[in-house]
Ligand binder design. Structure first.
Ligand code: PLP
Length: 408
């Protein structure tokens, strides 16, 4: 497409009157259908040990649900709690508990103001919303393909006791698809922190969510922390939101025995037990790691063509454009489209004129501020394959139009 063709192409695209919402990384209906057996009546409500799942109790989750997550996370079941249906809620509560009660035997964070968090960017907007809501100051950190810039991380945490934590999406990160290297994980586990109550918020949301045939292995952060003499440093979060059903799945948290006891103490005040019927339903359906991997392969077969379609359109329409690049993730739910400075906001506005709703500009940055205005999060999962190909062309067209305006 030459520069002269762009206005006519833009107009022709507008005539299609498309209406596509790509603002969030939601599973498509055909992915959710893969777990429809969960909607069928449960055949019996007794857990393996005879627990009546219809009643109160078992605050840490059914033993078989903990065993399932132990299999998936490769962490002993005794160090796992299965609770609720959203890992984000567990992350939120963890930070609230740190604020209210303190962690690692230290004073509540609310009495140690100011409190800061390291935020690798681009990152997950809802992590940043939690910090913003709780008045935690966020410090941006560049995220490379193999994880955060460790020189900078080590320097900051060693000198500033106000830095109490760090957000980490170690595998197929949202939105860039970055995968933390073994060396990065070891350094995070071993680094000296000025704060004795520093926490790695280890959000393993995409552990099982490969796009390529090559499956990137996961690194055991809890073992790394233990071996480095910092056994309480990391808290791991995971869920089946993008394995079974988003919002109706299972969520889990894993950490040292001391942190699990801390969590149990704090949560015993807020609930008399989780939804064990959903836990039992999930265990009967998912069974074990092998079955989950087989299910994830079916997700992959639905998702991979959509990612390929976006990449093909970007190659075609943006491949030769100076200063434009995008990630080619090996897993996860997103592509990070990086524009020349000052173009992301305008591209998103132009895409809207073409009927394509994208994640708000700046969302992948604390306080919604992408200072250089460069990052656009592309979420290919929800639209159909035909729609996504069309939408990717529209996004490319919007970016080409924004660039033309800039150079005019
Ligand atoms: N963490 C990351 C990195 C995500 O991208 C998402 C959803 O997009 C979540 C957590 C949400 O997980 P859950 O549905 O378990 O709350």
């Amino acid at each position: 497409m030459t520069s002269q063709d762009i206005p006519a192409q833009f107009e022709a695209f507008q005539q299609l009157a498309l209406k596509l919402d790509m603002s969030r990384g939601k599973p498509a209906p055909e992915q959710l259908d893969l777990s429809n057996v969960l909607l069928q009546q449960l055949d019996g409500f007794l857990a393996a040990d005879g627990t009546d799942t219809r009643n109160y109790g078992i605050a840490s989750g059914l033993p078989e649900a903990r065993a399932l997550f132990a299999d998936l996370l490769e962490i002993p079941a005794a160090q796992i709690v299965v609770d609720g249906s959203a890992s984000l809620a567990l992350m939120h509560d963890t930070i609230v508990f740190c604020m209210l009660y303190g962690i690692a035997g230290q004073a509540p964070w609310s009495r140690q103001q100011p409190v800061s968090f390291l935020c690798p960017v681009p990152g997950y907007d809802r992590h940043f919303s939690i910090c913003e809501a709780l008045g935690i100051k966020m410090i941006n950190l560049p995220l490379n393909d193999d994880g955060p810039d460790m020189e900078l991380v080590e320097k900051l945490v060693a000198s500033d006791p106000a830095i109490k934590g760090m957000w980490c999406v170690p595998k197929y990160s949202n939105p860039s698809g970055a995968v933390y290297s073994e060396q990065v994980v070891q350094r995070l586990a071993a680094m000296k922190t000025a704060a004795p109550d520093f926490v790695l918020m280890w959000d393993d949301a995409y552990r099982m969510h490969h796009l390529g045939e090559q499956k990137t292995a996961s690194i055991d952060v809890l073992a790394a922390c233990r071996q480095a003499g910092n056994p309480e440093r990391a808290i791991v979060f995971a869920s089946t939101s993008k394995i079974t059903m988003a919002g109706s799945g299972l969520a889990a948290l894993a950490s040292s025995a001391a942190n699990i006891a801390w969590w149990q103490r704090n949560t015993s005040v807020r609930s008399i037990g989780p939804d064990k019927i959903n836990q039992l339903r999930h265990v009967r359906f998912l069974q074990d790691r092998a079955h989950v991997e087989a299910l994830m392969e079916r997700h992959r077969q639905l998702l991979k063509p959509k990612f390929d379609a976006v990449l093909a359109q970007f190659d075609l329409y943006l491949g030769a454009i100076d200063g434009v690049r995008w990630t080619r993730p090996a897993g996860g739910y997103f592509i990070d489209l990086v524009t020349p400075p000052g173009c992301a906001k305008r591209t998103i506005a132009l895409a809207k004129e073409l009927g394509i709703t994208l994640t708000a500009a700046g969302a992948a940055f604390p306080y919604g501020r992408d200072e250089e205005d460069r990052h656009i999060r592309i979420a290919p999962s929800f639209p159909s394959l035909a729609e996504i190909s069309q939408a990717a062309k529209g996004i490319a067209l919007a970016l080409r139009t924004a660039l033309e305006e800039l150079h005019r």
